[in-house]
Design a protein around this ligand. Structure first.
Ligand code: ATP
Ligand code: ZN
Length: 284
C-alpha cells in the first residue's frame, strides 16, 4: 500500500515541494518529463501534474494528498482537506488598477470590469463588500488587460509587486493571502491515513526546525541566572562548566521571531562567544 501524492510538474511550487520531501528524508528521483515516480525509502508514489488539476485529483481519490497553493484549492471548490500549511509559495491575490486611477476604496470597483484567473474568489470578495462588477475570466497575462482596454482592474497573484509595477499598475486591495498547503482526500483508507500521519509528523519536525535556532554562548557564572532568565528552552537551557573556572557554556533553542531581541539582551547581560546554529529536525 502506497500513499499517492500530487505535486506541481513544473512551476513555482515544484522545487520547494521536492525539497520538502527530501528534508523529510524521502528520496525521489525527479526525472524530467516523468509523469510519476516512486520514493525509494518511503511508501510514496509521486504524480507530477499541473497545479490547477491537483484539487480534482485529490477529490476523486486518484491522489491521496497533494501540494498546491491555497489560492488554487479555494478557487477550484473541490472537496479536500487542508491538513498543513507549508510556509513556501507565499503570495497574495490582489486587486490592481492603473497607476493614474484615483482609487480610494473598494466602492471604486462598482460596475467596473475586472480581469482575473480567479473568478470564484473574486466573486465572493465582491459579494462580501456588496459590490457589483463584471468579471472577465482570462487564463494568463492578466496584468496586460487594463493596458489593452479589456478591463478597468485586475485581480492577480502578487509576490513582490514588480510585475504590476512594470505594467503600470498599482495594488489596491488584498483579496487573499496564500501559501502552499498539503491537501488531502476526504476519505482516506486507514492505511493511507497512517502514512499521511507519518509524513505530517516529519513535515512538522522540519518546519519547527526552520523556525528555530540552536544557540550556544559563554556566560560568567555570576551572570548565569540573569542570562538563563532570558532564554526560553525546550525544557530549560543546558548549562555546562567551561574549562576556565568561573565560566559556563549555555545552550538553548530560540524562536526566529524573537531571536534578535534576545541576542541583544544576552550580550547586554554579559554573554560572550555567542554561536547560532541551524537545526535540521525538531521533534517535541
Ligand atoms: P501550472 O503549469 O502548474 O498550471 P501555473 O503557471 O498555474 O502552473 P505558477 O505560476 O507556477 O502556476 O504558480 C503556482 C503557485 O505558486 C500559485 O498558484 C501560487 O500559489 C504560488 N505563487 C507564489 N508566488 C506567486 C506569484 N508571484 N505569482 C504567481 N503564483 C505565485
Ligand atoms: Zn496553473
Amino acid at each position: 500500500m502506497k500513499l499517492k501524492i500530487a505535486i506541481q510538474k513544473s512551476g513555482r511550487l515544484h522545487d520547494d515541494s521536492i525539497k520538502l520531501l527530501k528534508e523529510c528524508g524521502i528520496d525521489i528521483n525527479n526525472g524530467v518529463n516523468k509523469l510519476k515516480t516512486e520514493a525509494a525509502n518511503f511508501p510514496l508514489e509521486v504524480f507530477f501534474l499541473r497545479d490547477d488539476d491537483i484539487p480534482q485529483y485529490i477529490e476523486d481519490g486518484v491522489a491521496d494528498i497533494g501540494i498546491v497553493g491555497e489560492n488554487v484549492v479555494l478557487e477550484k471548490q473541490k472537496q479536500v482537506n487542508i491538513v498543513q500549511k507549508l510556509g513556501f509559495g507565499k503570495c497574495r491575490l490582489s486587486m490592481a488598477v492603473e497607476k493614474s486611477v484615483d482609487y480610494t476604496s473598494v466602492k471604486d470597483l462598482q460596475n467596473k470590469r475586472i480581469a482575473t484567473s480567479y473568478p470564484v474568489i473574486v466573486e465572493e470578495f465582491l459579494q462580501q463588500h456588496g459590490i457589483k462588477a463584471e468579471i472577465h475570466e482570462i487564463s494568463g497575462s492578466v496584468e496586460i488587460a487594463p493596458g489593452i482596454g479589456l478591463a478597468d482592474a485586475i485581480c492577480d497573484l502578487v509576490s513582490s509587486g514588480s510585475t504590476l509595477f512594470m505594467n503600470g499598475l498599482k495594488e489596491v486591495e488584498t483579496v487573499l493571502k496564500s501559501e502552499a498547503v498539503l491537501a488531502a482526500c476526504h476519505n482516506l483508507q486507514p492505511e493511507q491515513q497512517l502514512l499521511l500521519d507519518k509524513l505530517l509528523f516529519r513535515i512538522q519536525a522540519v518546519r519547527k526546525a526552520k523556525n528555530n535556532k540552536y544557540i550556544l554562548l559563554n556566560a560568567p557564572n555570576d551572570k548565569l541566572n540573569e542570562i538563563i532568565g532570558l532564554l526560553p528552552g525546550m525544557k530549560s537551557p543546558t548549562v555546562l562548566p567551561l574549562a576556565e573556572s568561573g565560566w559556563s557554556s549555555v545552550h538553548a533553542v530560540l524562536n526566529e521571531n524573537d531571536f534578535w531581541d534576545i541576542i541583544e539582551s544576552l550580550k547586554a547581560a554579559g554573554a560572550e562567544g555567542i554561536l547560532v546554529v541551524p537545526i535540521e529536525k525538531m521533534v517535541i
